[in-house]
Design a protein around this ligand. Sequence first.
Ligand SMILES: Nc1ncnc2c1ncn2[C@@H]1O[C@H](COP(=O)(O)OP(=O)(O)OP(=O)(O)O)[C@@H](O)[C@H]1O
Ligand SMILES: [Mg+2]
Length: 336
Amino acid sequence: MTLQHVFGVDLGTGTVKIYDQKNDSISKEVNMVAVRNTDTVFAVGNEAYEMYEKIPENMEIISPMSNGRISDVLMAEAVLHTLLFRTSTRVGYRPVIYFSVPMDMTEIERRAYSTIARKGRFRRCRVYLVEKPIADALALNIPIHHTKGDMIINIGDQSTEVAIIADKRVIISRMIPIGGRSFNEAITQGIRKKNNFAISDRTANRLKVTLANLTEDPAEGCKVSGIDLSSGLPRNGIISSRNVSECVQSEMLKVAIELRKILERIPPQVRAGVLENGIYLTGGSTRIPGIAEYLTRQLGCTVRLSKYYELSTICGLRELITHTELQHWAYAPGRR
Ligand SMILES: Nc1ncnc2c1ncn2[C@@H]1O[C@H](COP(=O)(O)OP(=O)(O)OP(=O)(O)O)[C@@H](O)[C@H]1O
Ligand SMILES: [Mg+2]
């Protein structure tokens, strides 16, 4: 039995995923903090999301990440430690944390991961970083050492991360600033314009999850509450699946245009590999029905939908933690 306690952490902009090796379990919570009187942490994770858009005046809801990067170190630390404690109340001597991280980080950004981890009972922990596309590739079983060209598209909460793997490494990585949050905003704006009706972000998210479909129209509707913009009074309204899907599709078209540009610019041999192998699609936003078929049509090549969705990066960390031969993909924050 190992004495060491090992965790994998994927600090996503929308959700934090934690792998606990001891229980071989993965947990997921919203990446949000409710703060009272500007500096007291009141609620973290799903508890904070429950309060979202319903908070009293002396409180605010903070997202510690922006576009997959830590934007508020103190809040990221609060989220990490609260959620680690929820996952596991006991940690052994010198626990280890593997973080999945964006490509192209600065030295300061890399060190921020040690800063947020090494607190309280984790002050002696060891920290390792793994680039997100590598973690995704491990989950998706992509043969990183042999492939001539593989492309991974991860559509998350605030961004779409694109990575191309060839020559035993990530040769190209791009971030398109469109993700699930952009879909929610497009739905809110679209309904405001078309129905003269204002809905909350939570309602837009619910409409996206229940009604959006990128290949067929299920011809369904959903009853929601909002504000009538003519009278300024609250009322209920029925929103159709077609209305919601059109809003999501307008954002996805922008993503497809950017993806086409990236495909056109990659070296011909690598592109041939990508087209032969098919493009891998993952991330929480790929739960929208018909998204792989939509991108297949737009890009003119096979797009394979991963079965892991938002869990692909954390599943990749789990692979790395449980297979020592994969651990050369991890590095210490000060080593690059
Ligand atoms: N069933 C669903 N249908 C549509 N979208 C969904 C569904 N389930 C989750 N999502 C969306 O997935 C997004 C979160 O995905 P994910 O967890 O991969 O992102 P993240 O890792 O937190 O963010 P990022 O990778 O951008 O830092 C949210 O915008 C959420 O609304
Ligand atoms: Mg992510």
